[in-house]
Each structure stands twice: as structure tokens, then as C-alpha cells.
Design a protein around this ligand. Structure first.
Ligand SMILES: Nc1nc2c(c(=O)[nH]1)N[C@H]1C(S)=C(S)[C@@H](COP(=O)(O)OP(=O)(O)OC[C@H]3O[C@@H](n4cnc5c(=O)[nH]c(N)nc54)[C@H](O)[C@@H]3O)O[C@H]1N2
Ligand SMILES: Nc1nc2c(c(=O)[nH]1)N[C@H]1C(S)=C(S)[C@@H](COP(=O)(O)OP(=O)(O)OC[C@H]3O[C@@H](n4cnc5c(=O)[nH]c(N)nc54)[C@H](O)[C@@H]3O)O[C@H]1N2
Ligand code: SF4
Ligand SMILES: [Mo]
Length: 694
């Protein structure tokens, strides 16, 4: 008998509702849930592939324990006892900082990890906490902390009401939006145009989003800070600032900071014409409902800190912060701010520094740029053991090959992950969680970055398979075996006694909409809680309840931008594809079929200069080595810039991903220099890597 069950796709930030048609224990089809008030039936091709993930014969169902050069399946008790014993030994011998943790991207989409796993991992008390944050949104969080007083207060563009959407360093038509949870973003951007508004994209590549925009402007990688300084210069010089009802601290300092940044100077630094900078600045300042939205291209570059600050600042001084159609703050049914405060995650920056090269901590974590060196460098505090949780840093973090060597040198490594992939094959034990369709779901994190206030709980589509553990249960059982301080053990015990649903129920009750689990269970398609509402100044975490538009950390970093030199040769940027998701959806036949996606895109002039024909195999070289990829010649690339996607290159010894290892591709992160960082925030500069192509 076939039956339709409703759920939420947990793969990207769009949180689309899905209708899963099942027969017995098989998925027959996955469609968009027409009755979901937020996603209204939209899904992308990845949503359909939820079935492939669930049924994937390579997905691990039982713990694996390394034995010699191979693996053997083990029971949960045996595997967990072993992990607890080995981690315990390392902690006893070398102290708590000797155990490092890396948490990957799916952690943010996993109810059990958000309500329990992350907290449990923090109770280890190690300074060597790492995550994908420093490969991603860290600069936005730093700007939120320094300008709004809380690292979680990242504002989102009110796409459904704006008339001018300026998109910087994001390609939502491929990524489906980020720190902008907005299912069917393509439809939402089109709606801006239908109501007479405009979409403008600034990007070194004419992206899928740029193709649909009213205007695309090429911008040099890393040029965003200069561009924004030039635009703010124009706005302030022409007295177009209009902060609205908000009290802004530091406006005079900002005026001082941009004084020398004439549009002509900005043009030299970012490649955008003076006239363009002036027009853009005036359009933003004079359009009633406009928003400047910056995303990962703005963050993961050498001036990610400055650029993220200036993105928020330009909205603030033009009256587009906390106003409908501008950059707004959400009112989620579960308010993460008080919860984060309760759990001690309310943020902080550079309160201490890393052991080897003195990189700043952020929110209690160290940046990935120092991950390998903290493992490799002997001495007090050296990392000897590692827990990876829902992450694949060998493919996702720069310096992949070096990291691989470092991981081989660990005394002990455990991975909580459903696959034997580039990273987990280096572990001693792999603990696989239940599949995405075997667990309940509520987007605790993403609902806080959603363009409408929504709440949705989904029950598991399938009962879990025999002898399976959810991520959070794996941690609960592991931490019950570890000899942690009594406070940590009691907190862990209390949470694991009520489970994620218990935490949800409590968090909803104290949340601003006072929802109950019963209400959520009665609404399997989700509950619409209305458009975003103004939240300032009450929501600010700053002492004086003002927005700081010129925090000192950024003013101190400006001289570095002044000194920056333009690279003489080619630079490399990344790219995302709609049918892929970081490093872990390449084992689905239906997602990887078709033309090879891991190619290097190049402008015709750059290719001609190097004698490269379309489809030829090119060698892309940096100081860290070379990878070989087919060339795709296209005038969608800015001259002097090449583009290579990340997350490929699975065919490494020992990887058990039958489809992914058969697809051609190489890992861009093998040749990105991990030492390239935004020196202010410590975020990896994944974009703008100088390369040679031959
Ligand atoms: N060059 C370059 N590098 C990049 C980027 C880039 O743009 N360019 N982007 C960066 C960004 S934004 C990010 S977020 C990172 C992502 O970096 P990571 O999070 O390290 O990598 P993912 O590819 O998302 O790997 C996810 C892992 O989690 C496992 N997994 C999936 N679902 C679950 C689950 O429910 N539970 C558990 N326990 N495991 C699960 C998968 O098998 C896989 O091993 O990559 C970064 N790296
Ligand atoms: N299909 C798919 N969806 C995804 C993911 C995926 O891998 N695949 N990953 C998910 C994750 S983890 C994240 S964080 C989000 C990211 O979501 P987005 O931020 O939308 O990510 P991208 O599509 O990589 O877009 C970044 C854009 O920045 C441009 N760029 C590069 N360097 C610069 C620069 O210096 N300045 C400017 N202005 N632009 C630059 C690139 O050309 C690219 O078009 O996507 C999420 N969604
Ligand atoms: S856009 Fe695609 S991957 Fe993202 S939530 Fe929707 S269906 Fe899933
Ligand atoms: Mo990300």
C-alpha cells in the first residue's frame, strides 16, 4: 500500500517541505509539499535524492572498527566502549585540550545535534573546537557580535518586500540561499522584478543568479570591502544617509574611515567603474525598500571581516536595517539567543589565541586554518585525538592533503558519520547515525534566518532500522561512558532523558510565539507566523542599545586593505551547483549524471593566452601542488579569474562510495593554501587564491 508522509528536506538552508510517497520500507517518490505554507510545493533536484541517501547501499548501518588495514563491523556497545576508553586515555595522559572536535555543516540541519550533540561536545572543555564556521559565515557572526552585540544576530534580507536586491558574493539560484532561508528563491527574486523592482548582482562570474538579474557587474575577488567603502563614501559625501529611527553609534568614525575612499580609488581596488559605484550607492540610498545582501563570497576572502561589516553598515546608514524590505531580524518560535546564553555560547572574539600561530578564537572555536598545525606541532596542548561530527574536512578545508597526513598521525580518531569517505577512512572507529528519513526534524537554526517567521516539526518518515542510533543518542551513550565533570554529566543526562522533542517543547513554550508541540504535530505542513517584524533596539545586545556602525576592530584592519596589492596573474574562486551539496551528495547516481561538473571555468582571453582549447585538460597549480581538470571556456568569467567547485575528488584510497569515486573530479582544497586567511577574523580565504593554469 502506498502512503504519503510529510517531512522537511534537511539538505540545504531552504527547508523545503517534501511529500514522501512510501510503500513499506521503500521510498517511491519525493515531491514538493504543495501545502507547506512557506515552500508551497517547491523542491530542487537534491530533494528528490533524499530517497537515494536513505537507500544508498554504501550508507553505513553498523559501527566500523579499524582492524589492520581493513574494517570490521562491531556492535554499538563494543564500539562505544572502545571510543570512550581511547578518548579517556588521551584525556588522562595529555589533558582535555588534547582531544579536538570538528563539526561539519549537516550539524546545523540536525535536530538531535542542535539540541544535544553540540552541547555534549562542549562539555569536553577542549580549546581545540573546530567547525565549518571558519570556512563560511564567521565574518557575518563577528559583524553581528561587534555591531549588534550578539554573534547570532545575523540579519536576513526581506526579499519578499524589497524593491532593490543587491546581491554580493552569493549565488542563490545554485545554493538556494544562505543566511536567507527562502524556499524557491528563484520565484521570490522574480517576484521583485514583477512588482517593478530590480535585482543587481556583483560577482566575478556571471552566475545563474546574475543571468536572471536586471544587472550584473564584474567585481574582482576580494574587492568587496573597497567597493563598499567607495559606495559609503558617495552616500556620506552626497548627504544621502538616512539612518531612520535607529540610533547609530560611530557614524562620525565611519565618515572619517571612508573619507579617503573615493569611488576612483575603490575602482582601482575592485575593478568596478566609478560611475557604477556612484549609481549603485545612490540607488541604494534613494530606493525606499532596498537591501544589500552579502554571503559567502564576501566572507571567505582576505578581507571577509571588513566586507561583512560594511555590508551591514551600508544598510544601517541608508535606513534599510530593521525596516520592511531591508535587512531584518527574525522572530523565530524558538529564540536561540536566550538558549545560547544559558548554554554559554553567547560569543566572544580573541579572548584567547591558538597555541602554535596565535589565531584568535571565535565563540570558543579556533579557525580551520590552524587545525593541521595544532595536530602536527609537538608540545604541551598538542592535539592527539579527534572527534569528527558530520564533517568531511579532508575535502572541505584548505590544505586537504596536509590535513590528511596530520590525521594519520593522531593517536585516536572517531567519526560520527554515515559514510566511509575521504575523512572518515582515517578514523579508528566510525559511528553511523540514522538516515535523514529516520529522524524527526525541526529547523532550530535555520528558522532563525528565515525570510518569514515559520515553525515546522516533522515526525520521522520511517521508523529507524534495527539497532540504529540517532546522532544525539550516539553522543548520549558515549558521554555516559566518559568520566566528565559532574555538572556536565548531569546536564547531559537531563537533556537525554527528555530527548530532542522535550527540549523543543520547552524552548517553544518560552519562545515569543508560545507554541506547543501539540500545535506543531497538528500542522504537519508547518505554521506561518507572518512576515518579519522590526526588532530593534530591544533585540540588540549592545550595552547602550545602539548599532555600532564603526567597531574599532574594523577601523584597525583598514590599513591592511590600503596596503593590499593586486595579484599579477590568475586568481581562483569557487562555485556551487544546484545538483551538488558540498562534498557529500556525489554518491547519488541521479544527481551526478550528465556532463562533468568539476571543471575549471576560464575567460576566452585567458585560455587563448595559454593555448588552452575548450575541453582540454588543464593543470591548475599553486604553491601547494596541482590538480588536473577539463577547461570550460566562457565569457561568464571575469578576465583574470578562474572558477573551480569544491567537494570533489573522492577517489582516494579506502573510500567506500561506489558512485562518487567513479565520477571525475579533484579537490580544489588540495591546492588552496590554508595559510591564506582573513587576518582579522581568521576565516579561511578560500576565494582569490593565486593560481597558474597550463
Ligand atoms: N574551496 C572551498 N571549500 C569550502 C567551501 C567553498 O565554498 N570552497 N565551502 C565551505 C562551506 S560553506 C562549508 S559549510 C563546508 C562544509 O564542510 P563539511 O561540513 O566538513 O563538509 P560536508 O561536505 O558538508 O560534509 C558533511 C559530512 O557529514 C556527513 N553527514 C551528512 N549528514 C549527516 C548527519 O545527519 N549526521 C552525521 N553525523 N553526519 C552526516 C556526510 O557523510 C559528510 O561526511 O565546506 C567549506 N569548504
Ligand atoms: N546546491 C548547493 N547548495 C548549497 C551548497 C552547495 O554546495 N550546493 N552549500 C550550502 C552552503 S554550506 C552554503 S554556506 C551556501 C552558500 O551560499 P552562497 O553564498 O549563495 O554560495 P555560492 O553559490 O558559492 O555563491 C558565492 C558567490 O560568490 C562569488 N565570489 C567568489 N569570490 C568573491 C568575491 O571575492 N567577492 C564577491 N562579491 N563574490 C565572490 C562566487 O562567484 C559565487 O557566485 O550554500 C548552501 N547551499
Ligand atoms: S532547495 Fe533542494 S536541497 Fe534545499 S531544502 Fe529545498 S529541496 Fe532540499
Ligand atoms: Mo556553508
Amino acid at each position: 500500500m502506498t502512503e504519503t508522509r510529510f517531512a522537511t528536506c534537511p539538505l540545504c538552508e531552504a527547508t523545503c517541505g517534501v511529500a514522501v510517497e512510501v510503500e513499506g520500507d521503500r521510498v517511491l517518490a519525493v515531491r514538493g509539499d504543495e501545502q507547506d505554507p512557506f515552500s508551497r510545493g517547491y523542491i530542487c533536484p537534491k530533494g528528490t535524492a533524499l530517497a537515494d541517501l536513505h537507500h544508498d547501499p554504501d550508507r553505513l548501518r553498523r559501527p566500523l572498527v579499524r582492524e589492520g588495514t581493513g574494517w570490521r563491523e562491531a556492535g554499538w556497545d563494543e564500539a562505544l566502549d572502545l571510543v570512550a576508553r581511547r578518548l579517556g586515555e588521551v584525556r588522562k595522559q595529555h589533558g582535555k585540550h588534547a582531544v579536538a572536535v570538528y563539526q561539519g555543516n549537516p550539524s546545523a540541519h540536525n535536530l538531535g545535534l542542535l539540541t544535544y550533540g553540540q552541547l555534549a561536545l562542549r562539555t569536553l572543555g577542549t580549546r581545540n573546537m573546530f567547525s565549518a564556521t571558519s570556512l563560511d559565515q564567521l565574518p557575518h557572526m563577528l559583524a553581528a557580535l561587534t555591531m549588534f552585540g550578539n554573534q547570532l544576530l545575523m540579519p536576513v534580507p526581506d526579499v519578499d518586500r524589497c524593491e532593490l536586491f543587491v546581491c554580493l558574493g552569493a549565488n542563490p539560484l545554485a545554493s538556494n540561499g544562505s543566511i536567507m532561508t527562502a524556499p524557491d528563491i528563484k520565484g521570490r527574486l522574480k517576484a521583485i522584478q514583477s512588482r517593478g523592482g530590480k535585482v543587481i548582482v556583483l560577482d566575478p562570474r556571471r552566475t545563474e543568479t546574475a543571468e536572471k538579474a536586471d544587472r550584473h557587474v564584474f567585481l574582482r575577488p576580494g574587492g568587496d570591502a573597497a567597493l563598499l567603502l567607495g559606495m559609503i563614501h558617495v552616500i556620506l559625501a552626497e548627504r544621502l544617509e538616512r539612518p531612520g529611527r535607529l540610533a547609530l553609534r560611530g557614524l562620525e568614525k565611519l565618515r572619517e574611515a571612508v573619507r579617503g575612499w573615493t569611488p576612483a580609488k575603490a575602482e582601482r581596488a575592485c575593478g568596478v567603474a566609478t560611475s557604477e559605484i556612484e549609481e549603485l550607492a545612490r540607488a541604494i540610498a534613494t530606493t525606499r525598500r532596498a537591501v544589500v545582501y552579502g554571503r559567502i563570497g564576501v566572507c571567505t576572502q582576505e578581507f571577509g571581516g571588513l566586507a561583512s561589516w560594511l555590508c551591514y553598515a551600508i544598510n544601517a546608514i541608508t535606513g534599510h536595517l530593521d525596516e520592511p524590505g531591508g535587512l531584518m531580524f527574525t522572530t523565530p518560535a524558538i529564540d536561540p539567543l536566550p538558549l545560547a546564553k544559558l548554554l554559554g555560547f553567547d560569543g566572544g572574539f580573541a579572548r584567547w589565541r591558538s597555541r602554535v600561530s596565535g589565531a584568535p578564537e571565535f565563540g570558543g572555536e579556533l579557525p580551520m586554518s590552524v587545525f593541521a598545525e595544532e595536530i602536527e606541532t609537538p608540545g604541551e596542548g598538542q592535539v592527539r585525538a579527534l572527534i569528527t561530527s558530520a564533517g568531511n574536512p579532508v575535502l572541505s578545508a584548505p590544505g586537504g592533503e596536509r590535513l590528511e597526513r596530520a590525521l594519520r598521525g593522531l593517536d585516536f580518531m572517531v567519526s560520527v558519520d554515515p559514510y566511509l569517505n575521504a575523512t572518515t577512512r582515517l578514523a579508528h572507529v566510525i559511528l553511523p547515525p540514522t538516515s535523514v528519513l529516520e529522524r524527526s526534524h525541526y529547523d532550530v537554526a535555520l528558522a532563525a534566518f528565515s525570510v518569514r517567521n515559520v515553525a515546522k516539526y516533522s515526525a520521522p518518515v520511517f521508523a529507524r532500522g534495527p539497532d540504529q542510533r540517532h546522532d544525539w543518542e550516539i553522543y548520549a551513550e558515549l558521554f555516559a561512558r566518559l568520566k566528565l565533570p559532574i555538572g556536565a554529566r548531569l546536564a547531559a543526562k537531563a537533556i537525554s532523558a527528555v530527548g530532542p522533542e522535550g527540549v523543543l517543547a520547552a524552548a517553544l513554550r518560552i519562545g515569543p510565539h508560545k507554541l506547543t508541540m501539540a500545535q506543531l504535530r497538528d500542522a504537519p505542513h508547518g505554521i506561518d507566523l507572518g512576515p518579519l517584524q522590526p526588532r530593534l533596539p530591544e533585540r540588540l545586545g549592545t550595552k547602550d542599545k545602539q548599532v555600532d556602525v564603526a567597531p574599532q576592530v574594523y577601523l584597525d584592519d583598514l590599513p591592511r586593505l590600503e596596503r593590499a596589492a593586486q595579484p599579477a596573474g590568475l586568481v581562483m574562486i569557487g562555485r556551487r551547483h544546484l545538483r551538488s551539496n558540498n562534498s557529500w551528495l556525489h554518491n547519488s547516481e541521479r544527481l551526478v549524471k550528465g556532463p562533468v561538473r568539476c571543471t575549471v571555468l576560464m575567460h576566452p582571453d585567458d585560455a587563448a593566452q595559454r593555448g588552452l582549447a575548450d575541453g582540454a585538460t588543464a593543470k591548475v597549480t599553486t604553491g601547494r601542488g596541482s590538480i588536473e581538470l577539463p577547461v570550460e571556456i566562457t565569457d561568464a568569467m571575469m578576465k583574470g579569474v578562474v572558477s573551480v567547485p569544491h567537494g570533489w575528488g573522492h577517489a582516494r584510497e579506502g573510500v567506500r562510495l561506489r558512485v562518487a569515486t567513479s565520477v571525475p573530479g579533484a579537490s580544489i582544497n588540495d591546492i588552496i593554501d590554508p595559510a591564506r586567511v582573513d587576518a582579522l577574523s581568521g576565516t579561511s580565504a578560500l576565494s582569490g587564491q593565486p593560481v597558474e593554469v597550463s
